[in-house]
Design a protein around this ligand. Structure first.
Ligand SMILES: [Zn+2]
Length: 67
């Protein structure tokens, strides 16, 4: 189903940082599991809660709002 965004909407990214291997990257909240769900690092395949990959509290609140 297509999603229509208003002119004031920009695609939101959260910044991630793997606590095990140090990989940092960005992803859209829609592509990530919920904050309390298990997420596997695409680099080292660590298994941690998605919240543990959030680089800042701001990224965590973005994930909780939009994820
Ligand atoms: Zn990793």
């Amino acid at each position: 189903m297509p999603v229509v965004l208003g002119n004031d909407m920009v695609e939101t990214y959260v910044r991630l940082l793997c606590p095990e291997c140090g990989k940092d990257w960005e992803d859209t909240p829609a592509d990530l599991p919920g904050a309390g769900d298990t997420f596997h690092c695409p680099n080292c395949h660590a298994s941690r809660r998605t919240a543990e990959y959030m680089r800042t509290d701001h990224d965590l609140s973005t994930l909780k709002e939009l994820g």
